[in-house]
Every structure is written in structure tokens, then in C-alpha cells.
Write a new protein. Structure first.
Length: 276
């Protein structure tokens, strides 16, 4: 694992995610910035995928259950080579394939259309069960939000995954503590998420979602488990942009021109630190 390379990939994901939302004048930058490190590790270290053959039957699958964080997802797919990076700036434009939520019919590399919170993890369970039934070796990864975990369907899926012993399923819970209406703990507190998943029969680990060593260990832990795995990731919403970090207002707000310049400047400072 080349952590410097992964850090630069995650940085590019963040820069492009901010650029997408700025160009569209709408979107969700906060959660996108928070999951960049997880996406970088999955697509450039962990998952067996082929950008030249997006529908390869034996590929690992990925589902962004919190579909509104797609600016980071699109940036990761473009970084991996599924489509030209120039498309990113068309985010949310009427004639673009890159709309406000992932669309498996039009976007190369997207395994499941998502948007209605709680449903993506159910689709991931179906993919994992299909792999078990067909004796396939692929693994299924998903990212679920902590606010999303207030949805009952998340726990129906959790019960189903444990019942069918979906050891090929690994779900990253993006636990940044914030959702559109404020702190998750005040809106409808789903904590303790680790104990809940354990009670549903899952293998569970709690990590810093910005630490590549811990992400790597969690993936190894998941591969060696005979249960579905939930990785509770402590993350910072708006990670890397000074005025967006831990600020609920940036859940679904686009930066203006001045704010965009500040955001890119913040990220370029981090880039210099990585390259120092």
C-alpha cells in the first residue's frame, strides 16, 4: 500500500467533488469530502474491478447507499478511468450522465442506482446473496450514512445479511455525526451503531475513516470473517476544507466563487504537505 499515492488520489477526489458542486451550483459537498479516503482505498487498493469492462461478471461490486455523496463517487470513478474527467464539470447539467444521484443505466462503473436512503444497502445484500448462490468469489462493498441508519430498511437489510451469512458483504458506515437537519444525535439518534450491528449478528470494527492503515485492516478483517462486516468509520464532514469541516450547513450547499477558491486553496495546501 502506497499511502502517499492514496492520499493524493483522495485529495484529487476532494478537489473534483468541490469543483462539481461549484459548477452545478448545487449538490452535497460535506459528505462527499468525508468519504474520499474510503473511496480511494476501495477503488485503488481493495476492489477487483476493470474500468475497461465495467460489467465484468466477476468484479467486486460497490453501492453508494448515501447516493447524495455522488460527487466523490463520480470523482473516484473518473480517477480510476471509467470515464473522462472532463465530464465531471457537467455534474447535474440536464444533458449529463452525471446527475444528482448515481444512475447504473448511464454511468460506467455504477453498480446500483441510489438516492432513496436505506435502499442501497438492501441492494448490496441482494448482490452478495447472488454471489453466494452462484458460487462467485466477488465481494460487495457499500457506504451507508449514520443519518441514513435512522431508516428502518437499513436494519431489515442487516437482519437479512446476518441470516444468510453474507460474509462477502462489507458495509462502511460513514459516521460523521451530522445530517441535513443537524446533529444525528438530536434528530434521531441511531447510536451505538457498533453494538446494534453486533446485536444483528455482524462482524464489527470501529475505525478512523481517514486512516488508510485502519481502513486496510478493516478490509482484511472483513475478508477473514464468516459474517457480514460493518465498519463504523469516524469521519469529518467536509474533510479538508476549513470552513466546511463539521459544519452542517455544508451538507447540501454549493460554494460560491470566493468560497470555491478558498476550498481549492485549502486542498492545495494539503497537497503540498503530502508532497513535502
Amino acid at each position: 500500500m502506497d499511502k502517499k499515492k492514496l492520499s493524493l488520489i483522495a485529495l484529487n477526489i476532494r478537489k473534483n467533488a468541490v469543483a462539481e458542486v461549484h459548477a452545478a451550483k448545487s449538490g452535497h459537498p460535506g459528505g462527499s469530502l468525508g468519504i474520499a479516503d474510503i473511496l480511494a482505498y476501495l477503488y485503488f487498493e481493495e476492489m477487483h474491478v476493470d474500468p475497461d469492462n465495467p460489467k465484468w461478471d466477476d468484479r467486486d461490486r460497490f453501492v453508494l447507499s448515501k447516493g447524495h455523496a455522488c460527487p466523490a463517487y463520480y470523482a473516484a470513478l473518473a480517477e480510476k478511468g471509467y470515464f473522462d474527467k472532463e465530464l465531471l464539470i457537467t455534474f447535474r447539467k440536464p444533458d449529463s450522465i452525471l446527475q444528482g444521484h448515481p444512475d447504473m443505466k448511464h454511468i460506467p462503473g455504477v453498480d446500483m442506482s441510489t438516492g432513496s436512503l436505506g435502499q442501497g444497502i438492501s441492494a448490496a445484500c441482494g448482490m452478495a446473496l447472488s454471489g453466494k448462490i452462484r458460487n462467485k468469489n466477488y465481494r460487495v462493498y457499500a457506504i451507508v450514512g449514520d443519518g441514513e441508519s435512522e431508516e428502518g430498511q437499513v436494519w431489515e437489510a442487516a437482519m437479512m445479511a446476518a441470516h444468510y451469512k453474507l460474509s462477502n458483504l462489507c458495509v462502511f458506515v460513514d459516521s460523521n455525526g451530522l445530517q441535513i437537519d443537524g446533529p444525528v444525535s438530536e434528530v434521531m439518534n441511531p447510536q451505538p451503531l457498533d453494538d446494534k450491528f453486533k446485536a444483528f449478528g455482524w462482524n464489527v470494527c470501529v475505525i478512523d475513516g481517514h486512516d488508510f492503515d485502519q481502513i486496510a485492516q478493516a478490509c482484511k478483517n472483513a475478508r477473514n470473517s464468516d459474517k457480514p462486516t460493518a465498519v463504523i468509520c469516524k469521519t469529518v464532514k467536509g474533510k479538508g476544507v476549513s470552513f466546511m469541516e463539521n459544519a452542517v450547513a455544508w451538507h447540501g450547499t454549493a460554494p460560491n466563487d470566493e468560497q470555491y477558491e478558498t476550498a481549492i486553496s485549502d486542498l492545495e495546501k494539503i497537497e503540498k504537505e503530502i508532497n513535502a
